[in-house]
Design a binder for this molecule. Structure first.
Ligand code: XIL
Length: 320
């Protein structure tokens, strides 16, 4: 009943355009993916820009491959994501649509994508990163909230639930590990939606951590308050980046600190009753998004580029 997952690399903007897709081309990668995890998440392959590249065309190839791989390896799948401000296709962001059109575009997308994988997705990140650091809705950046108002969020959950009544439907965000303005905003919103009978089932913390900022010591307590609302909780995108020394190779002390962060994140989840899903955002530095997105930082996953196990790998293994 406990799921240990990883993001499946592919489609990332940090990988070279013509870089062979690790999921299809890297045998060792696939082997570890099949052996070490019982849950997988699409790192990019189910995002709008990949799965819905044109107004009238969906591209399910990469997402189907992940779902099929998961079936063959008896893994569950976390779907990611349906309503987000980022990685949307140009036709959508630059399009000139009326409010009614936009609403039906979102409904059609959710119905089509969630419906295609109905019964095969354990958890869907329905709404991703809808609040900013101050706990305000991203009303400018997020096309759906900007054009259709905050009520569209509840509709997204309703449409997803209609399309797959078995999937657990989540709010997902980064920077919500501790009790803070952002997680408070989720706490208030989920409470409200639950009271209205909206099918919201979970709250998840991405947990993109950095040793620069310290460990979010309030994680367990914060997850627990959502648990007490009757929600599932989850860790969905854990990685622990660090400032790399000139050599590019982390010191033993850095790797120990990283292992400690990984272990504490897992322990917090294990300690909360309905925290049943724990996912790391890739398992090897070979394909990690971190060095490209965070200048000077790296070595964020549990395995080196050569798939050597770091202390963090053993720390997780020994904690499970
Ligand atoms: C990242 C991927 O890892 C990259 O490959 C991609 O280029 C950008 O997005 N929060 C999320 C994830 O919800 O979807 C993001 O994934 C990381 C931050």
């Amino acid at each position: 009943g406990f799921y240990v997952g990883t993001a499946v690399a592919g489609g990332g903007h940090h990988l070279e355009q013509d870089y062979p897709d690790p999921f299809t081309s890297d045998r060792e990668y696939r082997k570890i993916l099949g052996q070490q995890f019982n849950s997988v998440s699409a790192e990019n392959q189910m995002k709008w820009e990949f799965i819905h590249p044109e107004r009238d065309r969906y591209d399910f190839e990469a997402a189907d491959a992940i779902a099929d791989f998961a079936d063959r390896h008896r893994q569950v799948v976390r779907g990611h994501t349906l309503l987000w401000h980022s990685q949307n296709p140009e036709w959508l962001e630059q399009g000139d649509f009326s409010k009614e059109e936009l609403r039906s575009i979102l409904k059609e997308h959710i119905t089509t994508v969630v419906g295609r994988y109905a019964g095969r997705i354990q958890q869907w990140d329905v709404a991703n990163e809808i609040f900013d650091e101050q706990g305000n809705l991203r009303a400018e950046e997020n096309i759906w909230i900007r054009e259709l108002g905050p009520e569209i969020i509840a509709d997204a959950f309703r449409w997803a639930h209609e399309a797959d009544p078995e999937a657990l439907l989540f709010f997902n965000d980064y920077g919500v590990e501790d009790d803070n303005a952002k997680s408070d905003a989720y706490y208030a919103l989920t409470q409200e939606l639950i009271a209205e009978g909206v099918p919201v089932h979970g709250f998840s913390a991405q947990a993109h951590l950095s040793t620069r900022y310290g460990f979010p010591g309030g994680l367990e307590e914060n997850l627990r308050r959502f648990d007490e609302l009757g929600l599932e909780t989850a860790i969905t995108e854990l990685d622990v980046r660090m400032d790399l020394p000139e050599s590019g190779v982390p010191t033993d002390a850095q790797l120990e600190q990283q292992a400690d962060y990984y272990q504490r994140t897992l322990s917090a989840c294990l300690a909360v009753e309905d925290c049943n899903s724990f996912t790391i955002w890739g398992f090897t530095d070979k394909y990690s998004w971190v060095p490209v997105f965070f200048e000077g930082e790296g070595s964020a996953t549990v395995m080196t580029e050569d798939f050597a196990r770091k202390p963090a790998f053993h720390a997780l293994y020994n904690t499970l």
